[in-house]
Design a protein around this ligand. Structure first.
Ligand code: UDP
Length: 154
């Protein structure tokens, strides 16, 4: 298993407005994941529709696009062993109401349409790479050595 798997993660507008960026970043840092990209940005209509394209025909699509473009987000790329699946586990279920306490959505959310965070789907092969490319240029990602790597990986 590669220590260099990269996954796309984003604090959604509700998480930004509620001041949760720092806490969410800390959780991934504490876990041992390495941030290799980070961008505070506003998503426009076109990017929102592309990012959530798989949900185009769903009844919640328009509301989702309105929500994700309603204020700034903090987009990130995190790297580490099994990063995509580990981030999803730390996020909890799609619906905060079904998410266990201790997970991000389980600790900070109550409602499906306000679930604080996005992370690439580990069951959708290539979703992480697709989403990283959509949000980041190659030169916005930083290769660096984490000094605690020998203590994180056998
Ligand atoms: N969503 C929604 N209503 C629904 C289902 C999903 O508002 O009935 C939103 C929710 O913000 C979710 C996003 O659409 O995070 C994408 O849905 P997906 O099933 O891909 O969930 P995720 O991968 O974010 O857990």
């Amino acid at each position: 298993m590669s220590d260099h798997e990269r996954t796309f993660v984003m604090v959604k507008p509700d998480g930004v407005q509620r001041g949760l960026i720092g806490d969410i970043v800390s959780r991934f840092e504490d876990r041992g994941l390495k941030m290799v990209g980070g961008k505070f940005m506003q998503i426009d209509q076109e990017l929102a529709e592309e990012h959530y394209g798989e949900h185009e025909d769903k009844p919640f699509f328009d509301g989702l696009v309105d929500f994700i473009t309603s204020g700034p987000v903090f987009a990130m790329v995190w790297e580490g062993q099994d990063a995509t699946r580990q981030v999803r586990t730390m996020m909890g279920e799609t619906d905060p109401a079904e998410s266990a306490p201790g997970t991000i959505r389980g600790d900070y959310g109550l409602d499906l349409g306000r679930n604080v965070i996005h992370g690439s789907d580990h069951e959708d092969e290539g979703a992480n790479e697709r989403e990283i490319e959509l949000f980041f240029d190659e030169d916005e990602l930083v290769d660096w050595d984490q000094i605690d790597a020998p203590w994180l990986y056998e």
